[in-house]
Each structure stands twice: as structure tokens, then as C-alpha cells.
Design a protein around this ligand. Structure first.
Ligand code: GLN
Length: 450
């Protein structure tokens, strides 16, 4: 804890932590030392964890990096937090992120952007950008983030760490501030695959507080990280994701090198067609904005946090509080979502996107009938420079999510692992996706690839 507190102090310019729990973390560490001496310490004794500002932690502030939750303190802890603490992890603070986890650069935070620690002029990715930076820059050992469309994997790729998004429903969402409930998962950022496996094993599983969470038993992921000796794997990649002319040349070269290496080791690696590729982003952005617009309706200036003092009646209280409390990106998504859910456009957009989601799911399942894994780059470009994305080219930012949204649209697990650096030294990520609840296999394969 001392070491990481020192690191946080030295790295203040990165703007990764919104709050550091110095005294509390030191006290918790002392208690863990005692437990270690007594032989009663838990499985994560002394593991130093940072949490993204969308995960509730009892009696601590949480505000989704938004002004609308100014001054809000959580009265309970997320199940994932409870389970970390029960195994004696130490929580060191809460981390910056895009407002309500909406964004790909960490720039939509109302607390200002987080800088990429590898190159301070660049974004760390988003929305869990600061959580990735914190692990990459050694400000903590593990971060808990959230991944709705790539928010754990894309920043992991941009900062050279591991980012794991489990199967939808594998980890309880109790205490995770909702962005798009049928896509949201808590995810793990770590320095290596083994650490992610251990933390997943602690926080996953059944929970009476989340009706959507899976009741499937949780395997001992950390104990099963070796692939069966001599087993030949069947790996697919969607042709366009690796051959695309829009893919950055260094990312393309590193991905192809990995594919060739796997082939040389005797595995079957095959290019497959996925004609629905072009529908991934529209489906994702229609459905997530729709869900976000309803999820964020609760922030009305009455129930939580910020209330405008400029209102004169109830209607203007809602309007003023929401206009002043939410930032531009969140407002844009609430409007998009409200539009696609409106009576005249509901069938044209929302219903249609739900049908397309089903088709994408079926087509993806079909791939996993024949293959163990789907391999692709995590991102198509290196991290943007801070300020590159503006109101005018925000669609370009949305397009950057092309490789990560599929796993969330279909609810399958995916992980980004470091795959070298480009010519300028910026990290490159490689993504592995697997069928539902096949984290065990996916983690072992990722370790093999690392
Ligand atoms: N970049 C994506 C978005 O802006 C993903 C966000 C997320 O996973 N929370 O929606």
C-alpha cells in the first residue's frame, strides 16, 4: 500500500484517481498484516485494488464521473466489492472514467481527462481509461472497471495491460451504476492473465441481489490456466477484422504474426466470413442509448445528488438539474435513446435492432460450433491524441468500437492481452473471444498467447 500510495502521489498529473483512501487503505493493510500473522488471511490478502467510479462502495462517494451525482455517497457496496473485501483485498481509491461509462477516451469525465501513462499526449481509452492507467502505471495491482461495449478491453489495449470482460451475468451487477443493463458487465484490469483469473474466481457467481446473474458454479479459474498438453486448438478470425484496409498497419502486422505463430505451433487458424459485421455498431448504439435513456431517467434532481437552484417549478427542476448535471456526451445519448424509443420510431429502430441482435447472436454461436476461439485485434488504431475527437467527429469515435462491441451484443466473454508495441512504442492489444461461460478455456489460451 505504501508503494502504491507513493506511485499515486508521483503520478497525479495523469488524473487517474478521483479520490484516494490513504488512511483507510493503510489501516486495512495493517489489519491484513495481522491476519497474515494469525494465519487467517483471505485469498486476496493485501491485493491493492482501485475501482472505477461506477461501482458502489458503502459510505464512499460514487458519481460516475458526473456532476449529477455530486456529493452522493453509497449506502451499500456492490457484491463484487463485498467479495473482494471478504478475501482481504485493500481498496485504495476510486478512479476517473467517462461520464456514466459513455465514451472511448476518458474525456467525457466531468473531472477532466486521464492521460495515457505511456504517452501523456494521448488518451488512455475509455470508458475505464483511468482504471487501465492505474494498473499500467503501478498505482494499484488490480482495477475493477465496467465493460458495456469495450470499456475494459480497449483501454487495456491502449495501456499495455490485460482487460477481461466475462460472460454477461457471470458477475453480479448489484452496485454497478447502470449504463445499458443488458450489455453491462463488471470487468477486471490486471498486469497478467493469472491475476485476472484469481479475481474473477472471487467476484463471480450467484447473488440474490441480481436477478439476472447466473447460478452456474464458478470454476477455480486460477488453478486451470494450462492448456491440455498437445491439444490442437481451432481458432477463427473474421476475415475483415484482420484484412481491413482501415486497420492500422502495425496492429495488422502484429495480429498476423500471432496467427502465423499459432499455425506454426500446429493449431488450426481459419478466416471466416461474418456478413453481419457492419450491423454491429448500429445495433450496439441503438440498443445501448435506448437502455441508457431509461436508466438515467432516475437522475431527476430529486432522488440523488445534484439539484439546480435555478428552478421555479417541478418541470423546470427536472429540466435544469438534468441540463446542468449531465455532460454533452450523456445528453446526446439520452436524446438518441429517447428518439429510438419514441412511439413513431420504436419499430423502425428499437424493435429492428433487437431482431438484428438476435441474428448476430445466432451467427456468432454458429462460429463457436466449429471453433474454440475468435481472435481479432482489440482496436483498429492506436490511442488518439487528447482533443482529437470533437462534437464534429464523434461518429469516428463510435466507429473505433468496431472490434469490441460484438462480445457485449452477444453476451460472450472476451479478453484483451498485450501484443507488442507499434513503431512509436504504443501498446497493441490482441482480443480473444469465447463462447458463453468458457472463461476457463479463454483464460488458459490467453495465458498461452501471452
Ligand atoms: N466506447 C463504448 C461507448 O462509448 C463502450 C463504453 C463502455 O463499454 N462502457 O459506448
Amino acid at each position: 500500500v505504501d508503494y502504491h500510495l507513493q506511485k499515486i502521489e508521483e503520478s497525479k498529473h495523469l488524473n487517474a484517481f478521483l479520490e484516494v483512501y490513504t488512511d483507510e487503505a493503510l489501516a486495512a493493510a495493517a489489519l491484513v498484516d495481522q491476519k497474515i500473522a494469525d494465519g487467517t488471511a483471505g485469498k486476496l490478502a493485501g491485493l491493492v485494488v482501485g475501482i472505477k467510479d461506477v461501482i458502489c462502495h458503502k459510505d464512499h462517494g460514487v458519481q460516475a464521473a458526473s456532476q449529477i451525482l455530486e456529493g452522493f455517497e453509497s449506502q451499500f457496496s456492490a457484491t463484487a466489492i463485498e467479495r473482494l473485501l471478504a478475501e482481504d483485498a485493500v481498496i485504495i481509491g476510486r478512479q476517473n472514467c467517462d461520464e456514466f461509462a459513455m465514451g472511448s477516451t476518458n474525456e467525457s469525465s466531468s473531472f477532466g481527462p486521464t492521460l495515457n501513462n505511456v504517452d501523456n499526449e494521448r488518451v488512455p481509452g475509455g470508458s475505464s481509461g483511468a482504471s487501465a492507467v492505474a494498473v499500467s502505471a503501478d498505482l494499484c495491482q488490480i482495477s475493477l472497471g465496467s465493460d458495456t461495449g469495450g470499456s475494459v478491453r480497449q483501454p487495456a489495449a491502449f495501456t499495455g495491460v490485460v482487460g477481461l470482460k466475462p460472460t454477461y451475468s457471470r458477475i453480479s451487477r448489484w452496485g454497478l451504476i447502470a449504463y445499458a443493463s443488458s450489455f453491462d458487465t463488471i470487468g477486471i484490469l490486471s498486469k497478467n492473465v493469472a491475476d485476472a483469473a484469481l479475481v474473477l474466481e472471487v467476484i463471480a457467481g450467484e447473488d440474490e441481489f441480481d436477478a439476472t446473474v447466473s447460478r452456474k458454479g464458478v470454476p477455480a479459474y486460477s488453478q486451470n490456466l494450462t492448456l491440455e498438453e498437445g491439444k490442437k486448438l481451432k481458432v477463427a478470425y473474421i476475415k475483415e477484422t484482420v484484412e481491413s484496409e482501415h486497420l492500422n498497419a502495425d496492429i495488422k502486422a502484429n495480429t498476423k504474426a500471432k496467427i502465423e505463430a499459432l499455425k506454426a505451433q500446429g493449431h488450426e487458424v481459419v478466416a471466416v466470413d461474418f456478413p453481419l459485421l457492419e450491423y454491429l455498431l448500429p445495433t450496439y448504439y441503438i440498443l445501448t442509448t435506448a437502455e441508457a435513456s431509461t436508466n438515467l431517467a432516475r437522475f431527476d434532481g430529486v432522488h440523488y445528488g445534484y439539484r439546480s437552484d435555478k428552478s421555479v417549478d417541478l418541470e423546470s427542476l427536472y429540466k435544469q438539474s438534468r441540463s446542468e448535471g449531465f455532460g454533452r456526451e450523456v445528453q446526446r445519448r439520452i436524446m438518441l435513446g429517447t428518439f429510438v424509443l419514441s412511439a413513431s420510431y420504436y419499430d423502425a429502430y428499437f424493435t429492428k435492432a433487437q431482431k438484428v441482435r438476435r441474428l448476430i447472436k445466432e451467427a456468432t454461436e454458429k462460429i463457436f460450433e466449429d471453433y474454440d476461439f475468435l481472435l481479432m485485434p482489440t482496436t483498429s488504431t492506436p490511442p488518439a491524441k487528447i482533443g482529437d475527437y470533437t462534437e464534429e467527429n464523434v461518429l469516428e469515435m463510435y466507429l473505433g468500437d468496431i472490434y469490441t462491441v460484438q462480445a457485449n451484443v452477444v453476451g460472450m466473454p472476451a479478453i484483451s492481452i498485450p501484443n507488442g508495441v507499434d513503431a512509436t512504442g504504443l501498446p497493441i492489444g490482441l482480443q480473444v473471444m469465447a463462447n458463453k461461460f468458457e472463461e476457463e478455456k479463454m483464460l488458459a489460451f490467453s495465458k498461452y498467447l501471452s
